[in-house]
Write a protein that binds this ligand. Structure first.
Ligand code: CP
Length: 305
């Protein structure tokens, strides 16, 4: 694991064995989600950015495992508005909690927190950088639906520039010989540094500017993402690109039987509501899998597995 103790900041510090072992642990939590492993433990959730799934599934995980949760979902209610630094906030909270789960709007904030914190940190998303717990649940969902992680054909669609979930996924999939299709408007292409990462790590990819049937027809996983309004400094540019790709049910005709539609959620317009009842739609089950994966990640961070 990387950084301090058993903090989880990115998936760069995990090898293939670590990833598969954590997924196996998550499967055990799916079979038995209410084991009281966290009795006597307090976990802090510090969310400097909005969240529904990540915060609530981490908090549900702690509650189901018998621990207790402190924290905030709106930093405006905290002393950070009085000028308290992130370091001081982390030092204070580590006086009260055994583990800190933090989402922050700045890239690198989680790594910095892990360097100053006496207790482990789990990165619940740092700006446009990484979202490792999301990727672990994405891998869990892929393995569960495909029966394997190796040799998958994966379309990543939408905001590949600011999308931290797709950045984290590249890191984790380097062990599994994927073929990626990066499908985005020009303004939101996969950043050069991640394409270089793919080249260095032998990850195959093709870039596309349209979501065409030929590409979808080869896919095992169609991973849609939201164009993230909150990352744009120019709202005109957001308006121009926000509806670049909208997946409709009719576009899924002739696709592979094993194809699953995934999305880290929340969605806005990029998956039409008529896809929801298609058996290939998997995004709500994907979010549910997050509970079991996060149970495993919390227990691992606290060295309880
Ligand atoms: N996928 C995800 O991070 O969702 P939230 O922003 O609702 O936590």
């Amino acid at each position: 694991m990387d950084n301090t103790g058993r903090s989880l900041i990115s998936l760069e510090g995990l090898d293939k064995k670590d990833i598969l072992w954590l997924l196996d642990q998550a499967a055990l939590f799916e079979a038995q989600p209410n084991r009281k492993i966290l009795d006597g433990k307090i976990v802090a959730t510090l969310f400097f950015e909005p969240s529904t799934r990540t915060r609530l599934s981490f908090e549900t995980a702690v509650n189901r495992l018998g621990g207790r949760v402190i924290g905030f979902s709106d930093a405006a209610t905290t002393s950070s508005t009085k000028g308290e630094t992130l370091k001081d906030t982390i030092m204070m909270v580590s006086n009260y909690a055994d583990l800190i789960i933090m989402r922050h709007y700045l890239e690198g904030a989680a790594k910095y927190a892990s360097e100053v914190s006496p207790v482990p940190i789990i990165n619940a998303g740092d700006g446009a950088n990484q979202h490792p717990s999301q990727t672990m649940l994405d891998l869990y969902s892929m393995r569960k639906t495909q029966g394997r992680l190796d040799n998958l054909n994966i379309c990543l669609v939408g905001d590949l520039k600011y999308g931290r979930t797709v950045h984290s996924m590249l890191t984790a999939m380097r062990f599994f010989n994927p073929t990626f299709h990066f499908i985005s408007p020009d303004e939101l292409k996969m950043p050069e540094e991640y394409k270089e990462y793919c080249c260095i790590n032998g990850i195959k990819f093709e870039e596309h500017s349209i979501l065409d049937h030929e590409t979808i027809a080869q896919a095992d996983i169609l991973y849609m993402t939201r164009v993230q309004k909150e990352r744009f400094t120019d709202l005109m540019e957001y308006e121009r690109v926000k509806d670049s790709f909208i997946l409709k049910n009719s576009m899924l005709e002739g696709t592979k039987d094993n194809l699953r539609i995934m999305h880290p959620l929340p969605r806005v317009n990029e998956i039409s509501q008529d896809v929801d009842s298609n058996p290939k739609a998997y995004f709500f089950q994907q979010a549910k899998n997050g509970l079991f994966v996060r149970e495993a990640l919390i227990c691992n961070a606290l060295n309880l597995l």
